[in-house]
Design a protein around this ligand. Structure first.
Ligand code: DP6
Length: 401
């Protein structure tokens, strides 16, 4: 626990990862409980590159629950945050320890400070990491143990998958109260050590239609959606097998087909929703071109509710793929060359002239703003060093602009 200097403030600081789905969640059967129309499966990414960090504090001196997000105080009255807080407190009451020192926290208000190490709302699953981190930290503060991914689900559906590392399935469940709609780990992060991800950040602007609203309109208006829902179980079983067997070509093919189908149902929504841009489509063409000239599926793309691409590939192919990304999407002149690729270190190579001559796509300078190179990572972590706390030792939010 951090923030020990003020004995009246109990404080916990945690981090939680981003996850990027390979079987997509898009559609709810219950908007309040956040129950999905289909199961989904994701890969949890490394936290050094992408993570949410949240400190939660409880004190008898706090007169109301409060929340600061990326340095700015936010209203805490949103139904989703309220549902999460209510449910954590309900479970904490059920599990009262009988130790008055621990149980006193149940009657206290909480202050929450959260920040991301990447742009919010850029289609980089910031709400997933944020809610997973909030629920994990509150669970530690209130002494709630066991399955809590169903609580994170009530904050943002995809958040339930960020409570585990590695490869994670969100089981849709069948109970009306949603108690069996939670995440399970399919394989830990250590299962497939060669797996890497390159996030191609196309835009860090806010997306034009949020996922919550977008998926609601899709469920209401898309005919294709019915067909998709019938397919998802089979795809989930196939990709699970591919992950278990470390079969990259099958994993990659299903990942790309799933992404394409998500964006097809978005286009079939009325009015249509467009998340992918011209640059996103050029990235799709580049990936297929690389796979074609390799005679083998070497790299996969997936897109969520925004134009950024998440590429999955194996470690041995990163230098070659990155050299081609750099060749066809060179950084703009005002961007320092050395800051174009961030994250895991690697020795970059020059693109092979044989590769370039076989790939017929235009060169788009500045279309990819930067690239994040990361791997598959663990679930949420507790940070015990008080210096990591987002509260000062007096229990005040430490706000970084
Ligand atoms: C395209 O979890 O953000 O990223 O439950 O309404 O908060 P709400 O939606 P959200 O949707 C994420 C959709 C997606 C696909 C996925 O992550 O599976």
């Amino acid at each position: 626990m951090s923030g020990k200097s003020n004995p009246n403030v109990r404080c916990v600081t945690c981090t939680a990862p981003v996850n990027i789905a390979v079987i997509k969640y898009w559609g709810k059967t219950d908007e309040t409980r956040i129950l999905p129309t289909n199961p989904s499966l994701s890969v949890t990414l490394g936290q050094d590159e992408l993570r949410a960090k949240t400190s939660v504090a409880a004190s008898s001196s706090f007169t109301e629950d409060r929340l600061w997000l990326n340095g700015i105080e936010q209203s805490i009255s949103s139904p989703r945050i309220q549902n999460v807080l209510k449910e954590i407190r309900r479970r904490a009451h059920k599990r009262k320890s009988g130790d008055s020192k621990n149980d006193v926290v149940l009657t206290q208000h909480v202050h929450i400070v959260s920040e991301n190490n990447f742009p919010t709302a850029a289609g980089l699953a910031s709400s997933a990491a944020g809610y997973a981190c909030l629920v994990f930290a509150l669970g530690k503060l209130f002494g709630v143990h066991g399955e809590i991914s169903d609580i994170a689900r009530q904050g943002s559906g995809s958040a339930c998958r960020s409570l585990y590392g590695g490869y994670v399935l969100w089981k849709m469940g069948s109970k009306e109260d949603g108690s069996d709609s939670h995440a399970v780990q399919v394989q830990p992060e250590t299962h497939w050590p060669q797996m890497r991800s390159l996030i191609l950040v196309v835009s860090d602007q806010k997306k034009h239609v949020g996922s919550t609203e977008g998926m609601q309109t899709t469920v209401q208006t898309s005919d294709l959606m019915e067909k998709r829902i019938k397919l998802v179980d089979k795809r989930t079983a196939e990709i699970t097998k591919a992950i278990n067997e470390r079969d990259f070509p099958t994993f990659a093919k299903i990942t790309m087909q799933e992404s394409n189908q998500l964006h097809a149902v978005c286009l079939d929504t009325y009015p249509p929703i467009f998340y992918m841009t011209d640059t996103s489509r050029l990235i799709v063409r580049l990936v297929h071109a690389i796979n074609d000239i390799s005679g083998k599926v070497k790299v996969a793309y997936t897109f969520d509710a925004g134009p950024n691409a998440c590429l999955y590939l194996l470690e041995e192919d990163v230098p070659r793929v990155l050299s081609l990304v750099r060749h066809f999407f060179p950084p703009s002149k005002d961007m320092k060359d050395s800051s174009f690729v961030t994250g895991l270190k690697l020795d970059e190579i020059k693109p092979l002239s044989g590769d370039i001559s076989q790939i017929n796509i235009p060169i788009s300078e500045g279309a990819v703003k930067y690239v994040i190179h990361t791997n598959v990572g663990p679930g949420p972590q507790v940070l015990t060093d008080p210096k990591e706390s987002l509260f000062t030792s007096e229990g005040k939010p430490r706000l970084t602009p």
